[in-house]
Design a protein around this ligand. Structure first.
Ligand code: ZN
Ligand code: ZN
Length: 258
């Protein structure tokens, strides 16, 4: 499986995922030009589908243009679709439901609920036949026990690290109610790193911290926190967005242990 977070912040989100026989985008909160520059025309034209986590603008702003230009099926929850239907003109939408698997060739996608300020927001588990399982987890204010149980099964985790708590508290340009909304519906570095510590970073092959705020977080800040917490596993982390795809593998368990 290849994963390529092309854009990943409060300003726009889109991740390209490719398996042996499927190519999809998760979210389309960027322009067609940016996708074209990142993927090239051939890869863009070979997309099979677009999956939408939720209807916030940073996840859908380029959706209508892309889906119609390349006649791509869009998998989206019905409530999310209805909430922003005026922004989707004649897209080929397919209903995504919690816990109901969708298969695109060798890729199986299963939506699960996360805690966000929308009519509906999904995280996804994505598994490639005979390949790794990815847990895709952004735009949520909390990590439930069920979320953790999904993460423990994953080989690869893409997890939101939206803000540093001190930076959010001290950020001068946000009113208090916006700071409260961010704290309630997005994950801080500390929340995500606490969960990783609890689950154990050794259980993942690759971890992709994602959806960093450009105002109340930075890759440099996050690297300091990751290095403090996980000094021996820092090589496992690849902070989104990336400039090119990374290949992720299924973890290999030591068969001698059984
Ligand atoms: Zn978002
Ligand atoms: Zn959102």
């Amino acid at each position: 499986m290849q994963i390529f977070p092309i854009a990943s912040s409060s300003d726009g989100n889109s991740t390209f995922i490719r398996t042996a026989s499927a190519s999809i985008l998760v979210d389309c909160g960027v322009s067609l030009k940016l996708l074209l520059d990142a993927l090239g025309k051939d890869q863009l034209m070979s997309l099979d589908a677009i999956f939408i986590t939720h209807e916030h603008y940073d996840h859908i702003k380029g959706l209508d243009t892309l889906a119609r230009k390349f006649d791509l099926p869009v998998y989206i929850n019905q409530l999310s679709y209805e909430a922003k239907s005026y922004q989707f003109r004649n897209i080929d939408n397919h209903v995504l439901e919690r816990g109901v698997a969708v298969s695109i060739n060798d890729l199986t996608v299963v939506p699960f609920d996360v805690e966000h300020d929308t009519v509906n927001t999904f995280g996804f588990t994505m598994s490639e036949e005979n390949g790794p399982l990815l847990c895709y987890f952004t735009d949520t204010g909390l990590i439930s026990e069920y979320n953790k149980s999904l993460m423990t099964q994953a080989d690869v985790l893409l997890i939101e690290c939206n803000y540093n708590e001190d930076m959010l508290l001290k950020y001068p340009d946000y009113p208090d109610d916006l700071k409260g909304r961010i704290a309630d519906y997005h994950l801080s570095n500390r929340q995500s790193l606490d969960a990783l510590e609890e689950i154990g970073v050794e259980s993942f092959g690759t971890i992709i911290p994602a959806h960093l705020s450009p105002r109340t977080n930075s890759p440099e800040q996050l690297i300091i926190e990751l290095t403090e917490r996980f000094p021996d596993d820092i090589d496992k982390f690849a902070i989104a967005p990336l400039s090119s795809p990374i290949r992720v593998e299924k973890r290999c368990f030591n068969s001698l242990e059984s």
